[in-house]
Design a protein around this ligand. Structure first.
Ligand code: F6P
Length: 358
């Protein structure tokens, strides 16, 4: 291959710039030119391209976000028709042809499960693709962890630690809402590492009475505060998830939000202890990439270029411990959920008496 394109799509996270740097530098070393597609599938369809050289990527690896921009809802085979509300069309073929016209022979697409489902369609339509999984949610079976997860855990841990001093001063319950959609990895790992007292996960509905009794028990034991790490999609037994908004033209339509406010109010009412909500939100996705995400991004970026150069395409690549792996694009999009019975951190948390609200 003489020319390839790289694109980042879906919710951003740390480590994306490390992938871009590794792709540009590895490809350049092989004499392959790299085109950056701007703003995810918007740029793919609207033909927003930018040639990338080594000079564009020096020192970008630690910066959060993506120098190429991203979009979180557009789908190239279900793309909004201009000026026509609720009308969509398939723009894949035409977009592939436009890239071919400028000499692009293969693509590296970095994204979550929605993005990589479109990557599979593009690959099947004849443009060779390598997909690289990224998401702070860590909910993709192609890689464990996914790019962005480690930094998001670190960001959440730092934030929860900062809350402890104010919680201590005021003898309060702090309910911290953590992202991750339907997967509890980010909440479990950051809650556990930050020393949360109660961890509420989407994989297991909580019992409000149990949560309130645990709060009382902790406060009565002499500890001055309680930290509850609550996954944004966790819910009380028999109740619905707390949805902030529905983004109708998105891959994942639900945007969770509001559980911390709801729970803090209920806990204060039922226990008499003051409770405050804290939504970590998009802070978890930002800041500088940590070293783990820089390394993972670089390893996968380099691997993707090597596979494309060897004409081995149609794969999602990822890492499992220290090994790089490749699997075929899946036909279905099932988020990887936490297996509560088979997860060491879950076991350690339970063993240490941390409550899961059940
Ligand atoms: O999938 C990544 C993620 O950050 C989720 O954890 C969160 O629920 C969602 O994206 C937020 O989406 P948006 O950026 O559209 O608000």
């Amino acid at each position: 291959m003489k020319k390839i394109a790289i694109m980042t799509a879906g919710g951003d996270c740390c480590g994306l710039n490390s992938v871009i740097k590794a792709v540009v530098m590895s490809a350049t070393n092989k004499g392959i030119k790299v085109i950056g597609i701007m703003d995810g599938y918007i740029g793919f369809v609207e033909k927003r391209y930018k040639e990338l050289t080594k000079h564009d990527v020096y020192d970008i690896e630690k910066e959060g976000g993506t120098i190429l921009g991203s979009s979180n809802k557009e789908c190239p085979f279900h793309y909004p028709v201009k000026d026509k509300k609720d009308e969509y069309e398939d723009r894949v073929e035409e977009s592939i042809n436009a890239l071919r016209k400028i000499g692009v022979e293969g693509m590296i697409i970095v994204g979550g499960d929605g993005t990589l489902d479109s990557a599979r369609v593009i690959n099947e339509a004849g443009m060779p693709v390598i997909g690289i999984p990224k998401t702070i949610d860590n909910d993709m079976s192609a890689s464990d962890p996914t790019i962005g997860f480690e930094t998001a855990v670190e960001n959440s841990v730092q934030a929860i630690r900062k809350l402890k001093s104010t919680a201590y001063s005021h003898r309060r319950v702090m309910v911290v809402e953590i992202m991750g959609r339907t997967s509890g990895y980010l909440t479990l790992y950051s809650g556990f590492a930050a020393g949360a007292d109660i961890i509420l996960l989407p994989e297991q509905d909580y019992d409000l009475e149990v949560v309130c009794n645990e709060v009382k028990k902790i406060m009565e034991s002499g500890k001055r505060y309680v930290i509850i790490a609550a996954s944004e999609a966790c819910k009380e037994k028999g109740k619905e998830e707390t949805i902030a908004r529905i983004v109708t033209d998105s891959f994942e339509q639900k945007r969770y939000g509001g559980i911390a406010a709801k729970l803090a109010f209920q806990i204060e009412e039922k226990t008499g202890y003051e409770a405050r909500p804290m939504v970590l939100g998009h802070l978890q996705r930002g800041g500088e990439a940590n070293t783990a995400d820089i390394l993972l991004g670089a390893r996968l970026g380099n691997y993707a270029v090597n596979l494309l150069a060897d004409d081995k395409t149609g794969y999602i690549i990822g890492a499992k411990e220290s090994t790089l792996i490749k699997t075929r694009f899946p036909k279905t999009r099932e988020p990887r959920l936490l297996d509560l019975e088979d997860n060491d951190i879950c076991r350690a948390a339970k063993g240490m008496g941390i409550s899961f609200g059940i």
